[in-house]
Design a protein around this ligand. Structure first.
Ligand code: ZN
Length: 612
């Protein structure tokens, strides 16, 4: 009798705490450090490359990662060097991160000046040395941490070509709730220099100066502060909105560099951001974080298929009851997941307990596993027994175990709360992609390599795809479709992407609104699930390519090598193309070349014949 009661009690407890779910083992990976030598990582290989002269390699180096992010995201070819004559053999040179009295000798300063006089172009930030004052066109500068706004001037200068919208013409550098924000250097222009952007105190933020046949640009900010700091979410709340609005505060600098390259590069070629010669991409996603959110997911998938689209579902693998909700990661919900996957939707993890306190969780050991991990939400913000590793790793064990053919490599945090240890927990658990920030919060609408520890030193293996549009902000997605379209169009103008998040908690209003949005999309905005685009973006980001002229005046050879399979890679050319060899295809404007699917590790050579 006693024994029976005892075993019944044990059975009941086990059934509630750990329903029998299938798991697949998730190996704990070691972190791979790639940093090493930026000169070897980004070597000189063809004349069209922008030469990055790294001015501060030590003893307390400021690494070139912010510039590397900017140039790679824009598809601008570059190499990094400490050899000034090597740099000056290229037409376009960037001095990074700053120039002070110790950077150059007087003979080197003279070389820089004659380089520009003969038609060379330099883009530099934070030049402090009086010895280069005349070249860069400033009288003086004043450092400050109290400049909060920046406005571009009305000018014909080509570097502001892409900055047409009010949100691009003026940006915020930090919230005025902070007594001090990022460092800026406000310049007083010298005679002949033109001010292209100024700070709120009237000093110049971006200057240009023509010297002989060449031109220089000088920025009084660091890309560390206006690009990478935002991407790592360590900015001083520089964003003007949190979500659902167009916030290009970091992107304006990427676009200035792109416009600079296109204005002064000779016969330039750029690796486009969007596959298939298209203008932009809409990345569709759903969060499934409630017991009744599974079945409506099938309606969304059906409507997407009918509109030639597909989406990614981020699944909360809730297998414990807690203060926030009952468990719901079991049949028949699991059957729905299998149907979604079999129907062509892709599946990612949306954690286990979906805590608003996730950003404060401890990293954990990395040995958390389904049989032992027992997290519980105590309220929205608090939890017991929960770790970052646990949420990331055990949810993958379950999704991979319960869905045939599933390999979970995409993550989205509950409530979009991001702990600094998230990149590490993700990469060590075998993930590749994340979508836990909002685009407005990171002030960027391009995907990016997520820095390890959300710092400034090195990239993790994870790529971030921040959320642009979500469905819950008042008055709800169904009433915000025209606004969403405006944001999507603003991003499309920049070759940026838009990520849409719709919770699948109901499929009447929201699915109709999604269909409405899909039907109004311009035809050159690709509709895709997040995983498909993420794989494209990573292959693009790691692509090795070069373009070299042949002896014929209208000939060139494009060489491309990808470590992973990728299709639709697109190159944009300054010169119109007449013919190409192989199975690459040209767009109607003759300036976009779309590559065939590349096999992993194979180098492809495409011979190009320009129109003139
Ligand atoms: Zn959620």
């Amino acid at each position: 009798m006693f024994a029976l009661c005892g075993s019944a009690a044990v059975w009941k407890l086990t059934a509630e705490a750990t329903p029998a779910l299938r798991t697949k083992e998730v190996p704990l990976l070691e972190i791979v450090h790639h940093h090493g030598d930026p000169f070897q990582q980004f070597p000189e290989s063809f004349p069209l490359q922008v030469a990055v002269f790294w001015t501060n390699p030590g003893p307390d180096p400021e690494n070139p990662l912010p510039l590397v992010h900017s140039l790679k995201e824009m598809g601008i070819p570059f190499f990094i060097t400490r050899d000034l004559p090597q740099a000056l053999r290229h037409r376009l040179v960037i001095l990074y991160p700053s120039v002070d009295a110790h950077t150059f000798t007087q003979p080197q300063a003279d070389q820089l000046t004659s380089f520009v006089q003969q038609g060379g172009c330099i883009f530099a930030q934070n030049v402090f040395w009086g010895g280069l004052q005349n070249l860069f066109g400033f009288r003086s500068f004043a450092p400050s941490r109290k400049r909060y706004h920046l406005a571009f001037s009305v000018t014909k200068d080509p570097v502001t070509k892409y900055l047409n919208r009010p949100e691009e013409r003026e940006t915020q550098l930090g919230s005025d709730h902070f007594r001090e924000i990022i460092w800026s250097n406000g310049y007083v222009p010298g005679p002949g220099a033109e001010v292209l952007a100024h700070f709120d105190d009237g000093s110049a933020a971006l200057l240009t100066n023509s010297v002989g046949k060449g031109k220089v640009y000088l920025l009084g900010l660091s890309l560390l502060d206006v690009v990478l700091r935002n991407q790592s979410n360590r900015d001083y709340e520089a964003q003007r909105h949190y979500v659902n609005a167009f916030e290009p505060g970091a992107d304006v600098w990427l676009l200035v560099l792109r416009a600079w390259y296109e204005a002064y590069g000779k016969d330039w070629v750029r690796l486009a951001t969007i596959p298939g010669g298209q203008r932009s991409a809409l990345l569709l996603s759903h969060d499934v974080d409630w017991e009744n959110s599974f079945a409506p997911g099938l309606d969304f998938a059906r409507i997407e298929k009918a509109n030639q689209a597909s989406s990614s579902f981020f699944i909360q693998t809730k297998y414990v009851d807690d203060a926030n909700s009952k468990a719901f990661f079991f049949a028949p919900n699991l059957d729905i997941l299998r149907q979604l996957k079999a129907g062509g939707s892709t599946v990612g993890s949306h954690s286990i307990i979906h805590s608003r306190g996730f950003n404060k969780f401890e990293l954990g050991s990395g040995h958390e596993t389904y049989s032992s991990y027992q997290p519980r939400g105590l309220g929205f913000d608090t939890a017991s027994g929960a770790t970052v590793f646990g949420e990331v790793r055990v949810s993958k064990e379950l999704l991979d175990g319960e869905i045939p053919g599933q390999d979970t490599i995409f993550f989205r945090a509950g409530h979009l709360r991001v702990p600094v240890s998230l990149p590490e927990a993700l990469e060590r658990s075998g993930y590749q992609f994340d979508s836990s920030f909002t685009a407005d919060d990171v002030l960027s609408n391009f995907p990016f390599a997520l820095p390890r520890d959300l710092g400034f030193e090195e990239d993790s293996e994870i790529y971030e795809f921040p959320v642009t549009i979500e469905d819950e902000e008042s008055p709800g997605f169904a009433k915000r479709v025209p606004q969403a379209l405006q944001v999507i169009l603003a991003n499309a103008e920049n070759g940026a992407v838009s990520v849409v998040l719709i919770h699948s908690n109901e499929s009447i209003l929201k699915a109709a609104a999604e269909q409405d949005l899909l039907r109004q999309l311009p035809p050159d905005v690709v509709k895709t699930d997040m995983l498909t685009f993420a794989k494209f973006w990573r292959a693009r980001d790691r692509l090795q390519w070069s373009l070299t002229a042949t002896s014929a005046p209208t000939g060139a050879v494009l060489q491309v090598k990808s470590d992973e399979s990728v299709s639709g890679l697109t190159f944009e050319f300054q010169r119109p193309i007449a013919t190409v060899t192989g199975s690459a295809t040209m767009s109607r404007d003759n300036r976009h070349l779309v590559l065939p699917e590349l096999a992993p590790g194979h180098a492809v050579s495409i011979h190009i014949n320009y129109l003139h």
